[in-house]
Every structure is written in structure tokens, then in C-alpha cells.
Ligand binder design. Structure first.
Ligand SMILES: [Zn+2]
Length: 465
């Protein structure tokens, strides 16, 4: 289906008339220091939730509620009068990352300024800017049409930047009132060069720890070295056996559930205008390496990983100490892809590590955390509706990307509600999310508001309810 290309005249008139008020409201939202990681900011997080709830109420969204989770609240609201049209859950988060180191900011993080076509402030892009775009798109549609093309349920989280500890439980507890056809998450962005893109997949994660215990205390290496096993040597042997020289993870069954790349997937990766040498040089490494048979973008977006994140044990002070240490430890994480189950991966990992543990030490493996991967096919009607909305608002067809990172909510929506999840985000790749001098290109913000409104039109006419 070809996209409508004309702008919505009534909406354009409304948005033009309300430009200054819109930018002022965006800045008011950004002034609230809603850092979920800091307990002393809890009241600010609740103020940000109240800001969103008040806006939803003012524009005519119904059943608006600050919904407690045990941690920071969710903001819920709905508008359900588009009979026969699909119902969409809209997700974003009103909390932000901490701001240190403060001295690297060009202007104070919670005093937003507009400079060179960008809004500069913590949360300008991730994710208050995108939450604000949804508010403005809904407001413009309700003001100019008196109705929405689809039914919307807004679900705005306050703990996304703190690993969403209460989100899955909240979804389970509220499952009955979250009936919908699709989830739209606006917490991602465009491809390098600020090229419009739709993120099809996100990786999941499995965090584990390996603990190796040898003698009860550090031993004299002259009296015991050579006669007892050394936990650090043993741990290094285990770590070395986790991956082969071909970059493949050697844990039996690790790849069993990985969705293989088909020709269309590989073509989509190949079509991305990716500067591999710039990517390499941005890291400072002498060469990019990874699993044989895959390109860098495929390795980063569509293949699972296993990385040692930290390793410690024994003597680390100045000079020398002749011991056989008592303990050694390693933190391990795996980035996972569709359809790997983090708990299944953990069980395979634990069984393998315990199986290769040498007899002279005790090896234990612990699970520290999980997150599921998510993937929506490019030919899914919701993906195609999103593509048409982006083409109409930004004047070019989007690229299809997969991100190496994770959004807990995306996986939770898929797992708990069994709904397709569209990642419909508009931030510029140089937005410095999580870093000093976070910014949002205001043209992305403005066109994104239109794209959101167009998406509801596209879903209403071509995404069966
Ligand atoms: Zn975010």
C-alpha cells in the first residue's frame, strides 16, 4: 500500500499555532530532574509522572491514573472510542539517567536550552522528548478531529533507566485491562547519519557469575604450588573454553533457538550505510573481530554474544606475593537474540561450566539477571504501517535496523501480553543519550509528532483489529 503523502492541513495549522507553547511545555517537562536511580529524586520522578498525567487529562484522555508499582509509578490513560479500529499500547518512560560527570555538560542538564536546532537537556531524547511527542500528537488529533483514528492505551514507565524492576509484575497484574492489538514503543532512534529507521530487533541478556574456590586460605606457593590446583589458572581454563577461535560460543545448545538470518534479513543489513572503518576507529581497537560467517552489523544485531565483564582474584598489590590464591571470580554476560530464552541459555551455560570444571577446585555458577530479546518481522503489517508513517513525515523510506542493546519493556510486552512490538523512535544517533550534552534535533521532534499521528491513520486503515 502506498502512503498518503499530503500533510494533514488541519493538524498542520494547529501545530503551527501551538509551536511556542509546545516547545515551552517540552522544556518544562525537561526541567524536572526525574532520575530514577537516585532515591533523593523520587519526588521529582513523581512530579514528572504527575506532569504527564495532567497533560493526558487536559487533552481528553480518559481513565488517567498514577498506578503504583511498589517503586516509581506507571502513568496510565486511555482513549477507546475508535470502534472497529485497532487498539494500540503506547510505551515510553518519564525517568532519565543520572547526569554525572556534571563538568562535561556545556549547560546545566536540567536547564534546557535550544541551540543550533537542538534541544539540549537530560532526557531531551531519551525518553522525555519522545513521550512529549506522543502527548502532542494525541493533543493535535483530538483538538482538530475530536477523535483518534485508533484506540490508545498509554503506559509510561518511571524506572526504565533503573532496569525496570517492577514493570513485568505490573504488566502481569494489569493484564486484564491492557487488551490491545499491538504495542508501539518510542525509545529508539534513527540510523547513523540521522537516516530514518525502524528498529526491528533488540537483544536480550543473561548475566551470570563463575566462582572458583580452591584451598580454604591463600597458600604458600613454595610449599603447595604444583601440588594443589590454582583457582585463577582453573578459571582461566574455563573462560578459554567458552569460545572457539572462530568466535563461536562452545556451550552445547547455545545456538539452538537462534532465529537464522534469511536472505531478506541479510539484504536489509547490507543495505545499511554503515562505515565500518569509522566504527572501528571510534573504539580504538586495531581490528574488528567476531563470529565467522557474519558481518559486523549482523554480529552486533542478530547474533548472540558471550563476554567476560570482569575477572578478579588473588594478589593485586604492589610487588610480589608467592601464593596459590583461595578464590577466583568472573562476571559473564551474554547478549541474546530471538528466540533465545535467557533461563534456558543460563542452564546450558551452567551445565557446561560445571562439566569442564577441573577436579582440584570447586566451581559454582550463579544467575544474576535476565532480559528477553525481541524481533518483529519486516513484513509484519504493523512494521509496514510504521514505514509508511515515517515516509510521509520524513520524506524517505526508513531503513530497517537491529540494535545490540536491550529494552526490558519490549520483551516484557511480548512475553506477558503476547503482542507484536513496533519500535518507533525518532532520536538522532548523536543524541548523547546517557552521556553529557544529551540533545534532540528539533526537526526530528517536529516530524516525529506528525509521524506518530500518521501511524494511527495507517494502522486504522491497514492493521486489522
Ligand atoms: Zn530510554
Amino acid at each position: 500500500m502506498t502512503p498518503t503523502t499530503e500533510p494533514d492541513a488541519a493538524m498542520e495549522t494547529y501545530l503551527a499555532a501551538h509551536h511556542d507553547r509546545r516547545v515551552a511545555s517540552y522544556m518544562d517537562f525537561l526541567r524536572i530532574p526525574s532520575i530514577s536511580a537516585l532515591s533523593e529524586r523520587a519526588a521529582d520522578c513523581r512530579a514528572a509522572a504527575a506532569f504527564v498525567a495532567d497533560e493526558l487529562r487536559a487533552m481528553g484522555v480518559e481513565h488517567v491514573e498514577i498506578s503504583e508499582t511498589g517503586g516509581l509509578p506507571m502513568v496510565y490513560g486511555d482513549w477507546l472510542h475508535a470502534e472497529g479500529a485497532p487498539t494500540v499500547i503506547v510505551y515510553g518512560h518519564y525517568d532519565v539517567q543520572p547526569v554525572d560527570p556534571l563538568d562535561l555538560w556545556d549547560s546545566p542538564p536540567f536547564e534546557p536550552v535550544v541551540h543550533a536546532g537542538r534541544m539540549l537537556a537530560r532526557g531531551a531524547a531519551d525518553d522525555k522528548g519522545q513521550v512529549h511527542m506522543h502527548l502532542r500528537a494525541t493533543e493535535a488529533l483530538l483538538a482538530t478531529r475530536g477523535r483518534l483514528p485508533v484506540n490508545l492505551r498509554f503506559v509510561f514507565e518511571g524506572e526504565e533507566e533503573s532496569a525496570s524492576p517492577n514493570f513485568e509484575r505490573w504488566l502481569i497484574d494489569n493484564r486484564d485491562r491492557l487488551a490491545a492489538d499491538v504495542v508501539v514503543i518510542s525509545d529508539t532512534g534513527f540510523f547513523e547519519g540521522n537516516l530514518p529507521a525502524i528498529t526491528l530487533g533488540l537483544r536480550g541478556v543473561m548475566h551470570g557469575q563463575i566462582d572458583v574456590d580452591g584451598p580454604t586460605v591463600d597458600l604458600h606457593s613454595g610449599s603447595f604450588g604444583g601440588a594443589v590446583d590454582n583457582p585463577i589458572n582453573a578459571l582461566c581454563g574455563i573462560v578459554a573454553a567458552l569460545k572457539g577461535p572462530d568466535g563461536r560460543i562452545r556451550v552445547p545448545g547455545f545456538y539452538d533457538d537462534v532465529v537464522p538470518l534469511d536472505a531478506a534479513d541479510r539484504a536489509a543489513f547490507a543495505a545499511l550505510p554503515f562505515d565500518e572503518e569509522a566504527y572501528r576507529s571510534s573504539t580504538g581497537v586495531p581490528a574488528l573481530v567476531g563470529e565467522v560467517g557474519y558481518t559486523t552489523l549482523e554480529r552486533r544485531g542478530a547474533r548472540p554474544t558471550l563476554d567476560i565483564n570482569g575477572i578478579w582474584g588473588g594478589f593485586q598489590g604492589e610487588g610480589t606475593k608467592t601464593i596459590v590464591p583461595a578464590h577466583a571470580h568472573a562476571k559473564v554476560s551474554c547478549r541474546l537474540v530471538a528466540n533465545q530464552d535467557p533461563h534456558r541459555v543460563y542452564e546450558a551455560f551452567r551445565a557446561y561450566v560445571e562439566g569442564i570444571a577441573p577436579p582440584g577446585v570447586r566451581v559454582s555458577v550463579t544467575l544474576l539477571g535476565t532480559g528477553r530479546p525481541s524481533l518483529l518481522p519486516v513484513d509484519h503489517p504493523a512494521t509496514q504501517a510504521a514505514a509508511r508513517a515515517i515516509e510521509r513525515a520524513f520524506g524517505r523510506t526508513p531503513l530497517y535496523a537491529r540494535e545490540g542493546g536491550s529494552i526490558m519493556a519490549a520483551a516484557d510486552f511480548g512475553a506477558v501480553l503476547d503482542l507484536p512490538v513496533v519500535l518507533f523512535g525518532f532520536t538522532n544517533p548523536d543524541d548523547h543519550a546517557h552521556s553529557p550534552n544529551e540533545s534532540m534535533i528539533l526537526d526530528n521532534y517536529e516530524r516525529g509528532i506528525r509521524a506518530i499521528a500518521y501511524l494511527w491513520d495507517e494502522m486504522a486503515r491497514d492493521f486489522g483489529a
